[in-house]
Design a protein around this ligand. Sequence first.
Ligand SMILES: [Zn+2]
Ligand SMILES: [Zn+2]
Length: 440
Amino acid sequence: MSSTTLPPSGEQKAIRWYPPSYDIRVETIPIPKIQHPDDAIVKVTFAALCGSDLHIYRGHGGVNKDHTCGHEFIGEVAALGHSYGGDNTGRPSLYSSLKIGDKVVSPFTVNCGECHACRLGYTGRCPEGFLFGSPALEGGQAQYVRVPKAGGTLFNLSDPSTWSSNLSSEGKEKALATLSDSSLLMLADILPTGVFAALQAINHPKVAPIITGKPWPLCFSQNAPSSNQVGLTDEDRILTVAVIGLGPVGICATVSMLDLLSTRQIPYKFVAVDPLESRREKVTAVYKTIDAAGKGNGEFAACSTDEAKDKVKEWTGDVGCTAVLEVVGNTSALTLAYDLVRAFGVIVSVGVHGEPPLPLTGRQVYNKNVSFDFGRCPARAMFPPAFDLLVKRQDVFGGIGQPASLVDQVVDFSQAAEIYRAFDKGEVGKVIFDPWQAQA
Ligand SMILES: [Zn+2]
Ligand SMILES: [Zn+2]
């Protein structure tokens, strides 16, 4: 046995949170060990800071136990439990094929990959699922992390035969050889979440008349039975969509939505909304960077909250947006989503709503016939389409620190407390920690 196959032992550095709030420390703690035969230990190459880390950081999560932070990480397999190798018929294929040294990215929650919820693709709600970087499960902002149910959870970037893609096998191999780890890390949460938000909107029944050109309820039938109304006009078939919140997930949702609109040749009017000017500049740079084919046929405006209401009114009269993607998760964002959405529209909300109750009455919801699609992205199930989009949009997802880049900077652990503070204040965009970089 070579030394590289020995399980790691000893101590490691980790970024840890302490209650009640705003207390981030870099500490030396034991390297995690295999606790269950289905576990893997992953040596973390990069770990990212995410907007949803801020809920606990601010003390809003109802959490009172210190723990290692972070739910977005990429790395390589350093140790495997006894379940791996041998005959694992009927279990996720990684229990047979995953090896020490494989490059892997993890979704932000554990998912077994073999229960009813996972079989349906609802991996974000696996009954055995835990969120990394919570009191229930130590996070990935460390040199090593323990991944429970790793055969169902991890995505094996060293073995592209383990997932489907619209790319050819050669296309996948080439992408994996050229994509940077900082780019692939976007698969851990923000890109699947953006794709999920966009897909939920575009596949929603309320959007079908615009996409099919057939009115409700004929939009669902194969044949188009004759009826007694005037046909849809070209104007009727323009999809007006708003994205509220232009942090990293909002950018991913915007890019995903533009990709769906352009590939399906759906004409659109697109309002990207954020109160912060720096974020509006970012989304504008992203839109400019995407080539004509990736933009399709539409108009695009980056707006402040007030500008958004005026722009939607200008573009749709008093009708409103057919789809609103609410990527923030607070009551003011949801109130704005309601104000912007049309009657018979859909609001997709992927932000973590921390403060009950929702700011809407049943009567308001009734009066607009509005549909809501709330909740956590089933990230593991979304990896294949997210990977394809990551490859296609390297102009946005490939760089670091450019005007159109999603990732602002890569830093070492010594800057953790300051970066958390700056991220909380909106002073920096997406930041990646390199746990192995010599501390400044
Ligand atoms: Zn995240
Ligand atoms: Zn499951």
